[in-house]
Design a protein around this ligand. Structure first.
Ligand SMILES: Cc1cc2nc3c(=O)[nH]c(=O)nc-3n(C[C@H](O)[C@H](O)[C@H](O)COP(=O)(O)OP(=O)(O)OC[C@H]3O[C@@H](n4cnc5c(N)ncnc54)[C@H](O)[C@@H]3O)c2cc1C
Length: 295
C-alpha cells in the first residue's frame, strides 16, 4: 500500500525534538522503531505531515544500573533489553517477557519506549513492568515528570503523554527483600502472536518465607488498557499462599478486568483465563529461583 507524502526530521537533541513538535503540533508524529507507526500509516489511521525520528537523540539508547534496579532508555529495542546482563540478572521475568514479544525481527526494531507510548492493551511489556513497579520519565518543553506506569495508560491506545512530551526512560526499582517475579503469556494460536491473556507478578515474601509481604500484578489483554490487579493484590497481602487464597486472588483479578472479545477469545473466555493464569503465575513466581532474589 502506498504511503502518503511526509517530511522526515532527524533531530540531534531533545531540544530540537521539542522545537519540531512545537512548530508542527498535531501534524507531527514521533517515531522510534517505526514498527507500530508504519502499520498505522499504511492503514491510514494516522497521516502525519512530519515524522520526527528519535533515533539520533543522545541519551535514550542505554540500560544503566539504578539503585539496584535499572533505567532503560526509551530507544532501547526489545532485543537489546532482552540480552542485557543487568536485565537478565535483576529482572529475569522481564527478560522472559521480552523473549516472547513477536519475532526477533520485530524485537530488533521495536523499542520499549515505543511499546509503552503505543499503548496497545494486548502488548506484553506493560503488564510485566507494572508488576515490577516501573515508572516512566516524560520530557516536555517545560520540564520532566515521572509517572508510575500503572497511572500511564488512560484508555484504548491512550496515555497521559501530553502534546510535545517524549517518553525518555523507564525506571525499574531494585528488588527488596525476598523478591520473586514471574511472567506468563497464554497464546493458543502461534508463538509470535499477541497474548490471549498475559500476567506479570512481582511478589515479596515476608521474613517467614511463607506469607506475602507485598505483591503487584499486571495483566495484559484484559481490558482497554494494561491493568494492575489491585483487588487481587489485596487478597494476597499478609496471607499464606494456600490453594484457597490463590483461587480467591484469581477470582478477584477476573472480576476487576474487562476484556474485549476479539480473534484471541471472547470476553468470558479471557476472564476465565485470567483466573487460571493469575493463580499459576503467582505460583511460578514463588517457585522461581535465581535473579531478582538476594544472593
Ligand atoms: C507483526 C507484529 C507483531 C507484534 N507482536 C507483539 C507481541 O507479541 N507483543 C507485544 O508486546 N508487542 C507486539 N508488537 C508490537 C510491538 O511491540 C510494537 O510495535 C513496538 O514495541 C513499538 O515500538 P516502536 O519503537 O516500533 O514504536 P513506533 O512505531 O516508532 O511508535 C509507536 C507509537 O509510539 C509513539 N512513540 C514512540 N516512541 C516514543 C517516545 N519515546 N515518546 C513518546 N512517543 C513515542 C509514536 O509516535 C507512535 O505513536 C508487534 C508488532 C508487530 C508489527
Amino acid at each position: 500500500m502506498v504511503l502518503h507524502k511526509f517530511d522526515f526530521a532527524e533531530p540531534r537533541s531533545l531540544e530540537e525534538v521539542h522545537a519540531l513538535l512545537g512548530e508542527h503540533g498535531d501534524d507531527a508524529k514521533l517515531m522510534a522503531g517505526g514498527t507500530a507507526l508504519m502499520l498505522f500509516m499504511r492503514q491510514k489511521l494516522v497521516q502525519p505531515a512530519v515524522i520526527v525520528s528519535l533515533r539520533h537523540v543522545p541519551g535514550l539508547h542505554t540500560v544503566e544500573a539504578l539503585d539496584g534496579g535499572v533505567r532503560i532508555g526509551a530507544l532501547v529495542t526489545h532485543r537489546r533489553a532482552e540480552l542485557d546482563p543487568l536485565v537478565q540478572q535483576r529482572f529475569p521475568a522481564l527478560r522472559d517477557t521480552l523473549r516472547h514479544v513477536a519475532t526477533i525481527r520485530i524485537r530488533n526494531m521495536g523499542t520499549l519506549g515505543g511499546n509503552l507510548a503505543h499503548a496497545d492493551p494486548a502488548q506484553d511489556p506493560p503488564a510485566m513492568l507494572i508488576a515490577l513497579g516501573a515508572s516512566v520519565r516524560l520530557a516536555g518543553p517545560n520540564g520532566v515528570r515521572t509517572v508510575p506506569l500503572d497511572e500511564f495508560f488512560t484508555g484504548y491506545y491512550e496515555t497521559v503523554l501530553e502534546p510535545g512530551e517524549v517518553l525518555t526512560h523507564i525506571d525499574i526499582p531494585g528488588p527488596r527483600g525476598d523478591f520473586r517475579q514471574a511472567w506468563s503469556k497464554f497464546l493458543p494460536r502461534s508463538v509470535d502472536d499477541y497474548a490471549t491473556v498475559a500476567v506479570g507478578v512481582g511478589l515479596t515474601l515476608a521474613p517467614d518465607g511463607q506469607r506475602v509481604a507485598d505483591v503487584r500484578i499486571g495483566i495484559g489483554s484484559a481490558g482497554e488498557t494494561p491493568i494492575r490487579a489491585r483487588a487481587a493484590e489485596d487478597v494476597l497481602r499478609g496471607q499464606l499462599l494456600t490453594d484457597d487464597v490463590l483461587r480467591a486472588a484469581g477470582e478477584a483479578a477476573a472480576a476487576e478486568c474487562d476484556p474485549l472479545t476479539d480473534v484471541r477469545g471472547s470476553a468470558e473466555y479471557k476472564r476465565e483465563m485470567v483466573k487460571v493464569w493469575v493463580r499459576r503465575t503467582i505460583r511460578k513466581a514463588v517457585e522461581a529461583t535465581g535473579g531478582g532474589r538476594p544472593a
